[in-house]
Design a protein around this ligand. Structure first.
Ligand SMILES: C[S@@+](CC[C@H](N)C(=O)[O-])C[C@H]1O[C@@H](n2cnc3c(N)ncnc32)[C@H](O)[C@@H]1O
Length: 544
């Protein structure tokens, strides 16, 4: 987890419009009217939620080249069938969490064993046939009992999983929103908060722009100059999906993205956090937030309560409208991998994907959601605990444990009366953060199979012993290949600092965000905060 705060405030915008956010998105005027470029140049245009609720049709805006080609191809194949078919086809899912309520309904209870009084009397037939019948019915009963036992065990597992998810949701709902001023001045971990935010901004700055934008601006970096405003290429703004958006702490960072954002969709299972994210967006909209672009250029935002790792996202209207490919993942169709499926340019998940690693099913569901939502060439960016760090801590713990045991054995020390041998568990940390494994851990620190390795995480002021799961990096990377996601970048937090601190834009940004001491140029973090920061790494995958 991560303690969050706002990013730097380059220029407060002038309030010119004041539409608030409604339940599922802004009640503002048409999204396209807020853009720099002509609305006709828009690649995709999600409908506004209210009208979408009335009208189940696919988005009516101009389709992307990819989508147009896909539709043309479909139309050719079917002799010009309606476009709606294409839309619904794309929305189909093979995902494990996509069962309809009917699919998930438990099977009907067993038939009563004794026949009803109305049933015709069965003839008694002693001998082979009857015995075979009895044996058969015993076998059937046994199979049914086995099935019932399996169902019960499945239900118990489900309830354990639900227990953890509910706990996590309640925890994040209960974290107070203390305001920017407090986070910047009073917080005991303000250095770490600012640093984490700078890393997230760095990822957004480096990897959110698309190839075309980078090709045009890579050499000049004109876009980074606050005074000149957004460049003309913004007639192709980004569509962004944030999985585990929390209280909307990254909205300001997205407003500062080099390539403007057109639509931001924030999802999180914590309903109170989602309310707070909506409020935050409402403040930005009314001009009380901060950002390089004035509020009339603020992106459209939609927020929804959603478990993004346990459930398929294709049942959310806004996701359907922007585009999700139900065929992404292992065995997906050639068409799907060719045209890339989804409608989002960027999927981001900051400090959240470790919750998916509870089970393989959830991890795969998360990856189907990510890959299904991304267009070809889209980016999946995020930060999470670094399993290399966990591996080295766990193996160091076992080394020390073995040394102690060897010393004990050498001294032939028998436990004294009343002395209890402690069941040792791996744990480490300092005053501001702590990781504790409640169960046994692998001696070499290599987590196999890669799912379900639970630990609890404590972070001062932010997280109270919340259950999280190890994300064994190599296993994760191997799995992403099944979903057409190709690793482009992976770096531990402190290495990102070393690499980017003198960058023309990211260096000064770190000063504005209070990450670097303006006089000495050193990181404004205590040693303990640095240690806590080193628990994380950042990544970027491309959808290929
Ligand atoms: C440490 S917070 C990070 C919030 C935000 N991304 C940020 O960086 O400030 C972790 C977030 O993950 C969310 N989360 C936990 N389980 C999730 C799930 N199954 N799907 C989506 N988000 C989840 C939590 O509710 C919480 O908001």
């Amino acid at each position: 987890m991560e303690p969050s705060s706002d990013s730097a405030a380059p220029k407060p915008p002038t309030p010119t419009t004041a539409p608030g956010a409604d339940n599922n998105g802004p009640s503002a005027t048409s999204p396209s009217s807020k853009l720099n470029g002509s609305p006709d140049n828009m690649k995709r245009k999600p409908e506004d939620q209210a009208s979408a609720a009335k009208d189940p049709q696919p988005p009516s805006g101009p389709a992307s080249k990819r989508k147009r080609l896909q539709e043309r191809d479909q139309a050719r194949k079917r002799g010009g069938r309606a476009r709606q078919d294409v839309f619904f086809r794309r929305d189909r899912s093979r995902s494990p969490g996509n069962g309809t309520p009917q699919d998930r309904r438990s099977r009907s209870p067993l038939q009563p064993r004794s026949p009803s009084p109305d049933a015709p009397r069965q003839r008694k037939r002693p001998g082979g046939g009857a015995r075979a019948g009895i044996l058969k019915s015993q076998a059937v009963r046994q199979r049914e009992e086995e099935r019932e036992r399996a169902e019960e065990m499945g239900a118990a597992q489900l309830s354990r999983e639900r227990g953890v998810s509910d706990y996590v949701r309640q925890h994040y709902n209960a974290v107070p929103e203390r305001g920017r001023e407090w986070r910047k001045t009073e917080s005991k971990i303000k250095g770490l908060r600012s640093f984490n935010n700078w890393v997230k901004s760095t990822l957004i700055q480096k990897f959110s722009p698309d190839e075309e934008f980078l090709a045009r601006f890579n050499d000049t970096k004109d876009w980074a100059d606050d005074s000149v405003g957004p460049p003309p290429v913004e007639n192709k703004p980004l569509i962004v999906l944030d999985l585990g958006c929390g209280k909307g702490g990254d909205l300001g960072k997205w407003q500062l993205a080099p390539q403007a954002v057109h639509t931001y969709v924030g999802l999180d299972p914590a309903d109170i956090s989602i309310e707070q994210a909506r409020d935050r967006y409402g403040q930005m909209r009314s001009g009380r937030g901060r950002g390089r672009r004035p509020p009339q250029q603020l992106f459209e935002a939609f927020f929804s309560t959603k478990d993004c790792f346990g459930e398929w996202l294709g049942d959310l209207r806004i996701i359907q409208q922007i585009g999700i490919d139900g065929n992404a993942g292992p065995g997906g169709s050639i068409m799907s991998s060719r045209w890339g499926g989804g409608g989002f340019d960027v999927v981001t998940s900051m400090f959240a994907i470790h919750y998916a690693f509870e089970t393989e099913e959830k991890t795969r569901q998360m990856l189907s959601n990510v890959s299904g939502c991304l267009r070809k060439g889209g980016r999946f960016i995020g930060v999470c605990p670094n399993s290399d760090m966990i591996t080295s801590q766990v193996s160091a713990f076992h080394e020390k444990r073995k040394e102690r045991e060897a010393a004990k054995a050498a001294n032939l020390e028998a436990p004294e009366d009343g002395e209890v041998e402690e069941d040792e568990r791996a744990e480490w940390g300092n005053d501001i953060y702590r990781v504790r494994f409640p169960g046994a851990t692998p001696e070499n620190g290599v987590f196999r199979p890669p799912f379900g390795w639970r630990y609890t995480y404590f972070m001062r002021e932010a997280v109270e012993e919340v259950p999280e799961y190890v994300v064994p990096w190599e296993a994760f990377r191997a799995l992403t290949e099944d979903y057409n996601l190709e690793l482009q970048y992976r770096k531990p937090f402190l290495d990102i600092w070393e690499e980017e601190k003198n960058d023309r834009e990211l260096g000064p940004l770190s000063e504005r965000m209070g990450v670097r001491d303006r006089n000495t140029g050193a990181l404004s973090m205590t040693e303990e905060e640095k240690e806590a920061a080193s628990f994380y790494h950042a990544f970027c995958f491309y959808k290929v």
